[in-house]
Write a new protein. Structure first.
Length: 168
């Protein structure tokens, strides 16, 4: 699988110009194909964390008729290749993922109330078309999680030789 060195978009083997940014990749592909292929590193988990509705982590609160208000539950997993986000509700499950080479920026935010509770919000901005912004709410130690995502994204981009350019 080839990727554009300019924007990180997936490319077909015969592509000369990137369909997303227009970068000429024909020469870059010839160089990468002529060199010995390096095996893709196996996926390793860096961090895992979860949040529950109303911050009821690990506490099962039952309402009338046995309805569990600790749902929906959000599970997040950071690996050396991607961020996996899973929302499990009573009736459905939604899974999303962002490849780390697509991460453009990461932001953490805490209101005064969230600071007192020790939680916050982490937002991942990416070039991913299906999940351009991933907002993770009620995260414990949001600054630490933000830094872990930032570091993992920088390493993934470095391994894949992906660079983003901003036009000013």
């Amino acid at each position: 699988m080839n990727f554009c060195p300019q924007c990180g978009a997936k490319l077909e083997p015969s592509t000369v110009f990137c369909p997303q940014c227009g970068f000429k990749v024909g020469d870059a592909q010839a160089q990468t194909q002529s060199s010995t292929p390096t095996p893709e590193p196996s996926e390793m988990t860096i961090a895992e964390w979860s949040t529950w509705l109303m911050g009821l982590e690990g506490k099962s609160k039952k309402l009338a008729k046995g309805i569990d208000v600790s749902l929906p539950q959000f599970n997040y997993k950071l690996t050396n290749q991607r961020i996996l986000a899973e929302k499990r509700g009573v009736l459905s499950t939604d899974r999303q993922e962002i490849e780390l080479y697509n991460v453009k920026d990461v932001a953490a935010k805490q209101t005064l109330t969230e600071k007192v509770m020790g939680v916050g919000e982490v937002t991942v901005f990416s070039a991913d078309t299906s999940t351009p912004d991933l907002v993770m709410k009620r995260i414990k130690d949001p600054i630490d999680i933000k830094e872990k995502i930032r570091t993992a994204a920088r390493e993934a981009k470095s391994q894949m030789n992906v660079h983003y350019r901003q036009d000013i």
